[in-house]
Design a protein around this ligand. Structure first.
Ligand code: ZN
Length: 235
């Protein structure tokens, strides 16, 4: 069995785990998705082999709650696509851990958006949210409608967006909030009360932007949408 690990000292790697499916194997926990722990690795010619693991946080809730599982899968997919193999990235490591904690213990949508925004920042793709990408006008002084255009890397003011067809309309509130998430201490997130309308707009912005940056549709997005619809129907 081959698993993908994000290590503080190794970066993103693939590792073989032997005998993980045997009931008594000490390696069973290591192959559980979203497991966080110390892994003892041996480096082979092309792959690592994981021979021992001491779990620090098994993130059980992420596997027991379907919506949390969907969002944890979503952030894992993006991280796997964005990070190159074997490149140490402490900021990405810390971000993954913090985001998994928020998804597990608090609000899964907030955890996913916190992850989106901060991974964009870490990897140098951060969109321009508070001033127009074409004329640099501060959008907070603009009374007209603002749109987000992924291919332009940010927002267009009401004047510059008059002929824009691809833009997603966004409120100033969402832009300010999205921007704030990129510089906020994770502990303060708990106090944040975000209305569903802001979350919906943030999702539109981040989805559109990832689609443009990664040049593909994320496989986990349908999964996230389906689970969310299911939960809405159940009320
Ligand atoms: Zn403008």
């Amino acid at each position: 069995m081959i698993i993908t690990l994000l290590g503080k000292k190794t970066g993103k790697i693939s590792a073989v785990v032997k005998g993980a499916r045997k009931p008594k194997s000490s390696m069973r926990g290591t192959v559980q998705l979203f497991n966080y722990g110390y892994y003892l690795l041996y480096r082979g010619k092309s792959l690592y082999t994981a021979v021992q693991c001491e779990t620090l946080e098994p993130f059980v809730k992420l596997r027991e709650n379907l919506l949390k599982f969907a969002y944890a899968s979503y952030i894992s997919e993006i991280l796997t696509l964005v990070l190159p193999e074997e490149e140490v990235n402490n900021a990405a490591f810390d971000l993954l851990l913090t985001s998994l904690k928020i998804i597990s213990e608090e609000n899964e949508v907030l955890g996913a958006r916190y992850f989106d925004i901060n991974l964009m920042k870490i990897s140098g793709f951060f969109p321009r949210l508070l001033s127009c990408v074409a004329c640099a006008k501060n959008i907070l002084n603009d009374r007209g409608s603002i749109v987000f255009v992924a291919s332009k890397g940010g927002v267009l003011c009401s004047w510059c967006s008059r002929d824009e067809k691809e833009g997603i309309p966004v409120s100033r509130g969402t832009l300010v909030l999205t921007n704030r998430l990129s510089s906020m201490e994770p502990d303060l997130l708990k106090k944040l009360k975000i209305a569903p309308q802001f979350f919906e707009e943030m999702a539109e912005i981040t989805r559109g932007f990832w689609r443009f940056i990664l040049d593909r549709e994320l496989k986990t997005l349908d999964f996230v949408d389906n689970v969310q619809d299911m939960n809405k129907k159940e009320g």
